[in-house]
Design a protein around this ligand. Structure first.
Ligand SMILES: NC(=O)c1ccc[n+]([C@@H]2O[C@H](COP(=O)([O-])OP(=O)(O)OC[C@H]3O[C@@H](n4cnc5c(N)ncnc54)[C@H](OP(=O)(O)O)[C@@H]3O)[C@@H](O)[C@H]2O)c1
Length: 290
């Protein structure tokens, strides 16, 4: 019999892929909120994780061996506009799940983000002190801190900007970029914003490989530091577009919904030493059929 894995955010972009990647080794139950599907082969369970009173029932029902907590309001603008509405899921649910997992001696992994950093001292290692400039990053930094204070055996994975196949409910920024390029619309891309992007499938495999083999904070960035514009050039080349629709833009050129850190590139050496080896973005894009 396979061990049981509970994945929250299973209808989301990363959750869909992570459930698929986990199925070979785990009996997977995916939690959805408003979505109505999880990866084929996984069992669907519906819950509002913002109602923390529901969490013990969820664990009693599934009796998992491990929990990967991906559910979040990951839209930075939405967090900025509605801190009170996003806090229960982004912070409270994470901490309560960690506590319940500690009490039951279950493996627990939390998805965090490179946005916990201000972007002025990249590349960031796990020892860097979070200094978020937006509320989303703030909530995630607080969740990390409280989760690790609650459960020292928890795994916190700081994830980079990801791209890949969408779930039926949610996709990455790549989907919007391709839609615009296919419609002949210009795409504005920052030349002064840098990340270490990685394919969601590589990141999902990385989280699953660390689960049970590591605890504390791990960075799961991609192997290359790229500007948004440079990433757009890779996308254009892969999907057969010229670069004339790519519009070089600086952060200062746009009115932003919330502050954006200029460079949150992650140093992922710690995870690399444990076998995390994400594909270079150009190679990962080659494998995508979108
Ligand atoms: N995407 C990225 O590039 C990126 C980068 C760094 C870190 N991350 C982190 O990685 C994780 C996954 O991100 P993602 O892009 O896959 O997010 P996503 O596509 O926006 O998915 C969010 C998930 O959270 C679920 N959810 C929302 N409200 C809920 C609630 N009240 N109760 C239960 N579930 C709820 C959604 O369920 P329904 O759709 O069913 O409502 C959905 O499955 C997040 O923690 C995010 O902060 C993502």
């Amino acid at each position: 019999m396979k061990p049981r894995l509970l994945v929250t955010g299973a209808s989301g972009f990363l959750g869909w892929t992570l459930c698929r990647e986990a199925l070979a080794a785990w009996d997977v139950t995916g939690v959805v909120h408003e979505g109505d599907a999880v990866s084929p082969g996984a069992t669907l369970l519906r819950a509002d994780l913002g109602r923390i009173g529901e969490l013990p029932r969820l664990l009693d029902q599934v009796a998992p061996d491990a929990v990967v907590h991906l559910a979040a309001i990951a839209d930075a603008g939405r967090c900025q506009r509605n801190p009170g509405g996003t806090f229960p899921l982004n912070v409270s649910a994470s901490v309560h799940l960690a506590r319940l997992c500690a009490e039951r001696d279950l493996l627990f992994a939390l998805a965090s983000t490179d946005m916990v950093f201000a972007g002025t001292a990249a590349p960031y290692r796990e020892t860097a002190v979070p200094d978020p400039v937006c509320l989303y990053g703030n909530q995630k930094a607080l969740a990390e801190k409280l989760v690790l204070a609650t459960y020292s055996g928890a795994l916190v994975c700081r994830l980079p900007l990801m791209f890949g196949e969408p779930s039926p409910r949610s996709g990455s920024f790549l989907g919007g970029m391709l839609r615009d390029l296919r419609a002949g619309q210009p795409v504005r891309l920052f030349t002064d914003e840098f990340r270490t992007p990685a394919a969601a499938s590589c990141v999902a495999r990385g989280i699953l490989a660390l689960l049970g083999n590591a605890h504390g904070i791990y960075h799961l960035g991609g192997p290359e530091r790229l500007s948004r514009f440079a990433f757009g050039e890779l996308v254009a080349a892969r999907f057969g577009f010229g670069t004339e629709l790519l519009m070089p833009t600086r952060q200062a050129d746009l009115a932003l919904a919330c502050p954006r850190p200029p460079d949150v590139s992650l140093d992922s050496t710690r995870a690399n030493r444990l076998g995390y080896a994400p594909l270079p973005p150009a190679a990962a894009l080659q494998r995508l059929a979108l």
